[in-house]
Design a protein around this ligand. Structure first.
Ligand code: NAP
Length: 254
């Protein structure tokens, strides 16, 4: 039996669409106060009103935005119990064509932005007494590779490097930090990659289907419970078995 998260406050970066919105919707349904952060005000306000939560505008690449994001959430709800550091970008580009700016840009959002978000929310998470951070990493980078996403994979692996030491530093503050590692999840972003990409992806997953944004939300919700309080610095893969087949033949044998 899990202690309900009713009345706790959850801030989800990138909670205005895709996986982040799915995470926010799971927490909202569980009775938590939900704040969603993003840069597009119109989309953010629409998402907040749909979720019955608050929109906080922030570009997580900037420290002052992250500080304001944390302050506005505390002002609105009285504290922060859970930070879902989810905002991320995944532009595709092969190494041959990659510029220094491409590398800086993706690291600024996915790595620096994650670290700045956690840092800004830390005082409030410590005050909560049961602070939780859930980072949205990926299977791409830490476990798998995909041409066009070597810079992205590097950022998603870097997030795990960050959280393992952060977990040690945060432990005396009563704050845990863990990551969910999604496989291919059905989002607007993924839809932009086209139907052929989707079909091929589905055929490479043992469960033969993409994940839903709620699948990631439920894993995040578990990591945010009191009962998960002894888990820190760890990862949960949520991918329908995608990382398991050792070859195409393993899938054909099914
Ligand atoms: P998405 O649909 O493109 O949504 C990205 C979210 O992040 C949006 O809310 C966006 O809002 C926000 N965002 C982007 N840059 C930001 C910035 N600088 N400051 C603040 N907010 C920012 O992406 P998604 O597919 O849901 O991905 C979410 C996370 O899951 C990412 O970390 C991604 O790496 C990870 N992931 C996704 C998949 C997948 O299959 N979709 C698989 C593995 C991992 P604004 O545009 O308004 O800023």
């Amino acid at each position: 039996m899990f202690t309900p998260v009713t009345g706790r406050t959850v801030l989800v970066t990138g909670g205005t669409k895709g996986i982040g919105k799915g995470i926010a919707s799971v927490f909202a349904r569980a009775g938590a106060n939900v704040a969603v952060a993003g840069r597009d005000r119109e989309r953010g306000e629409a998402a907040a009103s749909e979720l019955g939560g608050a929109y906080v505008e922030a570009d997580i690449r900037r420290a002052e935005d992250c500080e304001r994001m944390a302050a506005e959430t505390v002002e609105r709800f009285g504290g922060i119990d859970v930070l879902c550091a989810n905002a991320g970008v995944f532009p595709d580009c092969k190494l041959d064509d990659m510029t220094e700016a491409d590398i800086d840009e993706i690291f600024a959002t996915n790595v620096k932005g994650t670290m700045l978000s956690v840092k800004a929310c830390l005082p409030a998470l410590e005050r909560s007494g049961h602070g939780r951070v859930v980072v949205t990493s990926s299977i791409t980078g830490p476990i798998t590779g995909y041409p066009g996403w070597c810079h992205y994979g590097a950022t998603k692996a870097a997030q795990l490097g960050f959280l393992r030491t952060a977990a040690i530093e945060l432990a005396p503050k009563g704050v845990t930090i863990n990551a969910v590692m999604p496989g291919n999840i059905e989002t607007e972003g993924l839809a932009e990659l086209g139907p052929e990409y989707r079909e091929k992806m589905e055929s490479s997953i043992p469960q033969r289907k993409l994940g839903t944004v709620q699948d990631i939300g439920f894993a995040a919700l578990f990591l945010a419970t009191d009962e998960a309080g002894y888990i820190t610095g760890q990862t949960i893969v949520v991918d329908g078995g995608q990382v398991l087949p050792e070859s195409m033949m393993a899938l054909e044998e099914m």
